[in-house]
Write a protein that binds this ligand. Structure first.
Ligand code: SAH
Ligand code: SF4
Ligand code: F3S
Length: 522
């Protein structure tokens, strides 16, 4: 047992449940690495763990309710005598802050995304039984979401947390084939319905050399696909000083903000745009087979980015670029900052430069004052764009947002439900057309898993032949594709590889094809 481990009591098994977006999934991964290195072990049973952690999401009420009901259940167990430490991480404590500790006395500590670097200490204190009163605890735990605004990412301990993952030997042993890499924290947009700028703070961009290095190490340790994360990922921009030698040449950096010489002779500034960053990762990490990014914002998306996507074969032809609504009136109330026409102009530009690009998005139905006419306008937009899919949400009023103060949540529940179902139906129809276009083509598929039996529900006749094993993966455009191989051994061999598959049939949710063995690179 190491010193780091022995200072903790014997409460060392942790159950961690994650809600919300990819940012939270990544944070949970970082938390797991950080705490594993300190001697904690993670397990899949909430009922028997010494410590229960929830990494929460606050974007819709439903997401919060799920966690709060779990906390309620654990509260009862605690009253009945179970010894368990309960910690709440993520966006809900960042939004609600100190109040939570008073309302839920069973909670031992809270830790927002901006405090994750302090998590080991908070957990240690809780495990060591330093139970503070709610008032004392709340005095220690601030709502520091906007602290990062004053710091450059390189100065911030959160940067070290991101970086630590790639260099953590525990992570190396368990790392998967698909990895997230954060490039930007926070958001500066203030869409009126959205809680994220409150929970994740102002936009802070990570230094490009740290991002490229992280990608390089992740690929060296087995990652095949990397997805860059940011709330408005195309806004990435990093300006930094570069040191020049006596001949005016750049002095190489040895780390974020550090050059090989103490005193460079001269310096100048360099700006890395999102397009530059994509190109750098593509070129400097040649063994990375797939590079993706989410989420894109439909304005401020220059042709430079689209051209890099077109010219770099390992950058996926895929954009997740939420429209949210197809009504200009509603877009204005949402403060999205673009019109339907501007959104469509962007899509046309993207399709002209990258004809094979697939577009996915998000739609909110039932925003305050939304009418049948607004809803029809959204359906029109969906038809025009031919999205591969949309994530569709009921509007949910969120405390701390502009919309909750300014507008009444006046759309009847029944309309929200009907509109959501209609959009899903329309979406499935369009998705069917999108998938059909692939029939007869050969696509590259990144093999992810054995095909789940659920694929049968997608309405496709899966021709199970005896002895065959079905694999499932994704195309560059993020379409699910299944194909058969002869044996479990072959399936294992192909897992995590990118392989050519000729599409023979399609359905709204997936493609089916045959492996083009003759095209496989040995
Ligand atoms: N940064 C991303 C979205 C992050 S939140 C972007 O701007 O595209 C993910 C999605 O949740 C949003 O795209 C939106 O569709 C949905 N969402 C956010 N707040 C919501 C709310 N209050 N009610 C319903 N859906 C919401
Ligand atoms: Fe929320 Fe808008 Fe920022 Fe997306 S861009 S995270 S919807 S405020
Ligand atoms: Fe939810 Fe926070 Fe992500 S509110 S959507 S987990 S940034």
């Amino acid at each position: 047992m190491t010193n780091a481990t022995s200072q903790f009591s014997d409460m060392r098994t942790i159950y961690l449940e994650t809600f919300g977006c990819q940012m939270n999934e990544l944070d949970s991964e970082l938390v797991q690495d950080q705490l594993t290195a300190l001697g904690y072990t993670f397990q899949g049973e909430r009922a028997t763990a010494d410590v229960v952690l929830f990494n929460t999401c606050s974007v819709r009420e439903q997401a919060e309710n799920k966690v709060l009901s779990r906390i309620g259940e654990l509260g009862v167990e605690k009253i009945e005598g179970r010894e368990v430490v309960i910690g709440m991480l993520g966006c809900l404590p960042e939004r609600e802050g100190k109040k939570l500790l008073g309302t839920y006395p069973q909670l031992d500590f809270i830790c927002g995304p901006s405090e994750l670097d302090h998590l080991p200490t908070m957990l240690h204190n809780a495990v060591a039984g330093e139970r503070l009163s709610a008032v004392e605890r709340s005095a220690l735990q601030g709502n520091r979401s906007r602290r990062s605004a004053a710091l450059t990412a390189a100065d911030d301990n959160l940067e070290l947390l991101d970086l630590a993952r790639a260099f953590n030997p525990d992570h190396r042993r368990s790392s998967g084939k698909s990895a997230y890499v954060r490039i930007t924290r926070g958001c500066n947009k203030f869409c009126t319905y959205c809680v994220v700028p409150n929970t994740r703070g102002a936009e802070v961009h990570r230094p490009p050399c740290a991002i490229v290095e992280e990608c390089r190490v992740l690929v060296e340790t087995g990652a095949v696909e990397i997805t860059l994360l940011g709330q408005t990922v195309n806004h990435y921009r990093y300006t930094h000083d570069i040191a020049l030698n006596s001949e005016g040449r750049e002095v190489p950096q040895i780390g974020p903000g550090l050059t090989a010489f103490k005193k460079p002779l001269d310096s100048t500034q360099r700006t890395t745009t999102f397009a530059n960053l994509l190109k750098r990762i593509h070129d400097e990490v040649p063994n990375l087979l797939r590079l993706r990014f989410v989420t894109s914002y439909p304005i401020d998306f220059g042709n430079d980015i689209l051209e890099v996507m077109r010219d770099c074969p390992r950058i996926c032809n895929y954009l997740h670029v939420p429209a949210q609504s197809g009504s200009n009136r509603i877009l204005k109330l949402m403060n999205r900052g673009y019109t339907v026409e501007e959104y469509l102009e962007f899509i046309e530009r993207a399709r002209t430069i990258i004809p094979e690009v697939e577009i996915a998005g998000d739609i909110i139905v039932g925003f305050p004052t939304e009418t049948e006419e607004d809803f029809e306008a959204t359906c029109d937009l969906i038809r025009k764009v031919q999205f591969k899919n949309n994530f569709v949400f009921h509007y949910s009023p969120r405390p701390g947002t502009v919309a909750i103060d300014r507008f009444e949540d006046d759309v009847p529940r029944e309309n929200k439900r009907r509109w959501l179902n209609s959009i899903l139906e329309l979406g499935a129809e369009i998705s069917g057309d999108v998938h059909k276009l692939y029939e007869g083509k050969t696509v590259e598929v990144f093999v992810e898993r054995l095909s789940p039996k659920e694929t049968k529900k997608a309405g496709i006749e899966l021709m199970w032949e005896s002895g065959k094993v079905q694999l499932s993966g994704r195309t560059q455009g993020d379409l699910i594709c299944v194909f058969d191989v002869d044996s479990k051994e072959e399936a294992n061999m192909l897992m995590g590889c990118v392989v050519p598959v000729k599409i023979t049939s399609s359905a709204p949710l997936l493609l089916q094809g045959t492996l083009q063995t003759s095209l496989l690179v040995k």
